[in-house]
Design a binder for this molecule. Sequence first.
Ligand SMILES: [Zn+2]
Length: 350
Amino acid sequence: MTLPETMKCLVKAKPEKGLWLEERAVPKIEPDEVLIKIERTAICGTDMHIYKWDGWAEENVPVGLIVGHEYSGYVADIGSGVRRVNIGQKVTGEGHVVGNRSRNARSGRFHLDPDTKGIGVNLPGAFAQYLALPEFNVIPLSDNLPLEIGAILDPLGNAVHTALSFDLVGEDILITGAGPIGIMAAAVACKAGGRRVVLTDINNWRLDFAKKVAPDAIFVNTMEKNLSGVMSDIGMNEGFDVGLEMSGAEPAFNQMLDSMIMGGNVAILGLPSKPFPVDLAKIVGKALTLRGIYGRQMYDTWYKMLAMLDSGLDMSPMITHRFAARDYQKAFDLMETGKTGKVILDWNEI
Ligand SMILES: [Zn+2]
């Protein structure tokens, strides 16, 4: 197959709100890299920060970067040293490109490598017709996994990594925050053997949508209902065994501390937009374990996630909208309303 010289891509071309469709050279691959022809991409909250150009984006993202990190496609070319991946294979990829110098990387804890760079954040991204990626990061997908599900495995990986950071079997689980990752975590927690899985938010649209993805969970709008009342209604009199904090919101975090059992475990993925006070006496008095979560494990989370999808975890209801890539502006406008699950762009239509 002959590759084209140039490709279309979405670029953060100016330090202001928006993304711009540009023509760039198709990336040249190194001996250890794979060239992926992008088929589908999904829009992430991170992309929305970059699109809106908020303080975080201004500090972290270089102007001129091709953005996007949630994608699936087919291998279009491989470097001379690539052995594990073949041309034509259906793939996605881990978006964190790690180094090999730090203690964590040398110890195999790649997800904790401080030299990590992010596809579509620091490195050229996947909102493009082609993406170059180290072979190490390429994840082969089975033929029967739909391309659009392949494009949402990055956030599903966050959900799986957070949810499985503590034993869930037979446990009562509180998830605060019904964003896409919170909703996916609820589905994962149900599938992974959680007993009562309670998902809270303050947005009824998000909670109604979550019912379609995680029908076995229990949904609580904490502005309308008292969580401790719900707990006694469903027969809980001691507290949640496991908490998954997905909101980054101070009231939700405090409510979680108040609702945990003595000795409970809390995994925290939600990133607060500014610091807030925490009553340490509650953490000490309840003997809680708190764990911060970043990214996903390379590559244990990927194996677990693909196995769960293979054994019936259904993520198709997460995808609410599909657009031609050339209509990306409509997709970003819709994302801004907040009333979406995952929004997919089709790169065959550019
Ligand atoms: Zn993402």
